[in-house]
Structures are given as structure tokens and as C-alpha cells.
Design a protein around this ligand. Structure first.
Ligand code: ASP
Length: 426
């Protein structure tokens, strides 16, 4: 992902087209193909071909599912080992991150339950399939929290167990590292290097998978239009609107928090943050935006360097409220499309797994799509329907990345407190 300029010019021409443009071109071509194949009225001799159009999306999803657990595991270890959190700030930060993420998910669920975007088009009649109707028992969830073997969650794609293992190892490795640093030892270094290298490797492989997304979009949209016409896109349109409404509500929540929890004026916060928001929207990555976030928090908003670094550096790794909100809304959306409403307990499971999944989501394009597979698995939703969401993810990912960055900035402002920097020496 850190390609040099030289790399870029050596690439074939289609790889030099920005991913978003590739997806838009794929969408247009797919609609044309779908119409040519019958737009809802396909002829029987094309049936096999139309079926096979789904293969790229199936492969991409399978690869994302396979990468999800190692990505989360290594990302959590990496963040815990490498980020510097000064003394007492840790607990306060954890509480802030947890509250903001929970509010984000609750807003997402509320909007989904009220607007019910998935009911605009039904794939199946209510209750006709019982894929999600596993028996959910909160006690079983608790009993299930500890895995039977350390590596089992990696194999089973169990997000809660996985995070518990990752957090345990991460916290212990961090403690060992500080003890060794205090004693002048460097035994931790090789492990830290291995984790860093593995993280980079997974991100690069993820880059290959993401490069195939335009092909997946082409196939799945072509197939959908050919088989069902344009009806399903009504629902996706409603889903986009619902997600945007929820993200805007989350932004309002941040502004209220900033107004009452810090000295920063919400309007200055918005205006001063404009560069970071634009960078987030255009790069699709909160990690790539981090240097801009860090800078504007100090220069344009006027926060102390320590608060800016806490929110921007730690937050961009752990704090992904937009992603959490989106994952929860996606699970509800697909359950509605399938005609199966998730009951309260299932929605609680969605809240829990979305929190964990967003902690593990790296701040890179489409990371939310990777960890979403785990949220779906946790409530028994079939992951193949994520393919439907791939068609709109290129746009919604940009929007949720803006909220991820705004969330980091909010945490910084709250950590900065009620007194501006200028009062420090007076
Ligand atoms: N693109 C998002 C980010 O960088 C992560 C996601 O896919 O939700 O923050």
C-alpha cells in the first residue's frame, strides 16, 4: 500500500485507474450486461452463465472471511504493542471509546428499525427461511466467550473469542515490553517486528483481494439485474439513505459531546476539521488520514499535542464508530431483506460483535467489509449476501471513514478538557 511513484507508473493502465472509478465503470457495464441478459426476464439458455457471474463475488467474500480473523488478531496485538498511551489516560480513553462506539451502534440499530430499508424489497417471504433462527441464549454466549483452544477462534471465525485471545496476549506483551524497557532489555523486539511484518503482509494480501472488488461488483450486479431487474436496487437505495441518516445523527452526537465536554466550539471543530474530513472521504482510510487529523487538531482547533496524539494515533487504530454503526446496520438490513427480523437478543449479539469487530477493523479501505463477515456469522446470517452490499460499499465506506475520523477528533477534544491550552500557564 506504500507504493512508490515508480511502482505506479510501471503498473498496467487499468491498475492506475482509481478503485472507485473502476467500480463505477464496473457498475455501468454490469447494468448494460444485465439488461442485455433480460433485466428480470432472463432466457433459460443463459441461466448457467448468469449463475456463474456470482463466482468473483463469492471468491472475494471467501478471501475476506479467511483474512478477517488473522487481520483482527494481528491488528489488536500490533496496536497494543506499539501505541504509547500515557499513564492514567488509558482508562479514560477506553471509557470514551466504548461509549462512543456503543452510541454509534445504537443509532444504527434505531435507524434500521425505524426506516426498515430492507423491507423495500424482499428476497424471501417472512419466515420462509430459517437460516438466522438459531437458538440464541445469552448464557450460552457467556459460556462460549472462552475458547477451547487458543487457535480455535482463528479457525472458527469467532470474533468474541478471538478478541479475548488477542486482548489477553496484547495486554501481556505490552506489559512485558514495558518491564523489559525499564530494565534496558530488548527481548520483546523480535516479536514486535514479527507482528509488524505480519500485519503489513496481511494488509498487502487484502490489497490484492480489494483489487478484485470491481470484478465482483460487475458479476453480482450483472447477475442481479439479469435475474431480478432493478427492484433490488430500491432497497439498496433505501439502505444508503438510512446509513447516511445514521451517520449524520452520529456526527450530531459528536458535536453535542464536544460542546458540553470540552472547551472547543462545535462550529470551529467542524470548520477546522474540514481538511481531515475531506482527506478521509477521498483516501477512504482513517489511517492514511491520521497525519492530517493529528496536525489540524493542533494547528486549526488548538488542542494540546498530548490530546491530539491520543485521539488521532490511538483512536485511528481502535476507534471506528462509523464502521461499527455500518456493520450493525448491514446485519439488520440483510435480515430484513431475507424477511427475518433479528430479535432483541440477536440485536444484542450484533451490538457486542460490532463493537469487537470495529476494534479490530484496520483503518484502511473496505476493512469494515472484512470484519462484517464475523458479525454476520455471530447471528447466523449467511455471509454471501454481503455481496449485495459490496455494490454500495465503495461510497458508504468513504462516508463512514469521515465519521471514524470525526470520532477520533471528538475523543481528542474531550481528552483536552474544558480549559484551552492558552490557560495552561496563566
Ligand atoms: N475505511 C474505514 C477506515 O479507514 C474502515 C472501514 O472499512 O470501515 O476507517
Amino acid at each position: 500500500m506504500n507504493e512508490t511513484q515508480a511502482d505506479n507508473t510501471n503498473r498496467p493502465f487499468w491498475q492506475r485507474i482509481p478503485l472507485t472509478l473502476q467500480i463505477v465503470i464496473a457498475l455501468i457495464l454490469a447494468v448494460a450486461l444485465g439488461v442485455a441478459l433480460g433485466a428480470g426476464n432472463p432466457s433459460p439458455e443463459n441461466k448457467a452463465f448468469i449463475e456463474n457471474l456470482a463466482i468473483p463475488a463469492e471468491l472475494v467474500l471467501k478471501a475476506l472471511r479467511a483474512l478477517a480473523t488473522p487481520l483482527i488478531f494481528v491488528a489488536v496485538l500490533h496496536t497494543l504493542m506499539t501505541t504509547h498511551i500515557p499513564g492514567t489516560a488509558g482508562r479514560r480513553l477506553a471509557v470514551l471509546l466504548f461509549t462512543n462506539t456503543t452510541v454509534a451502534i445504537l443509532i444504527g440499530l434505531l435507524v434500521s428499525n425505524v426506516l426498515r430499508p430492507g423491507t423495500w424489497w424482499r428476497l424471501a417471504t417472512p419466515g420462509s427461511s430459517d437460516i438466522a433462527k438459531k437458538n440464541f441464549d445469552p448464557w450460552a454466549l457467556l459460556k462460549d466467550a472462552v475458547p477451547e483452544a487458543v487457535l480455535k477462534p482463528l479457525v472458527d471465525n469467532n470474533v468474541i473469542q478471538l478478541i479475548i485471545i488477542a486482548l489477553s496476549f496484547g495486554i501481556v506483551l505490552r506489559a512485558i515490553k514495558s518491564e523489559q524497557v525499564a530494565q534496558g532489555k530488548t527481548g520483546y523486539q523480535p516479536i514486535e517486528d514479527v507482528i509488524g511484518t505480519l500485519f503489513e503482509a496481511i494488509i498487502r494480501i487484502l490489497g490484492w483481494v480489494i483489487a478484485l472488488v470491481p470484478l465482483a461488483v460487475f458479476g453480482i450486479v450483472g447477475k442481479t439485474v439479469a435475474e431480478k431487474g432493478f427492484e433490488p436496487f430500491k432497497s439498496l437505495g433505501a439502505f444508503i439513505v438510512a446509513v447516511l441518516v445514521a451517520l449524520v445523527l452520529q456526527a450530531c452526537y459528536y458535536l453535542i459531546r464536544v460542546k458540553f465536554g470540552s472547551w472547543v466550539n462545535p462550529l470551529n471543530f467542524l470548520v477546522g476539521g474540514a481538511d481531515a474530513f475531506l482527506t478521509a472521504f477521498s483516501t477512504d482510510s482513517s489511517t492514511a488520514t491520521m497525519p492530517v487529523t493529528f496536525q489540524i487538531l493542533q494547528t486549526k482547533i488548538g488542542l494540546r499535542e498530548s490530546s491530539a496524539s491520543l485521539g488521532a494515533l490511538v483512536g485511528s487504530n481502535f476507534n471506528n464508530d462509523g464502521t461499527a454503526l455500518y456493520e450493525a446496520m448491514s446485519a439488520l438490513f440483510i435480515s430484513q431483506v431475507l424477511g427475518q427480523n433479528l430479535d432483541l437478543v440477536q440485536q444484542l449479539v450484533v451490538i457486542l460483535t460490532s463493537i469487537f469487530a470495529s476494534v479490530g477493523a484496520a483503518g484502511i479501505p473496505e476493512a469494515g467489509l472484512v470484519t462484517m463477515t464475523l458479525v454476520f456469522t455471530s447471528v447466523g446470517l449467511p455471509t454471501q449476501y454481503i455481496a449485495l452490499l459490496v455494490t454500495v460499499d465503495w461510497f458508504l465506506d468513504r462516508c463512514r471513514t469521515v465519521i471514524n475520523v470525526m470520532g477520533d477528533m471528538t475523543v481528542s477534544a474531550l481528552v483536552d478538557g474544558k480549559k484551552p491550552q492558552s490557560t495552561d500557564n496563566s
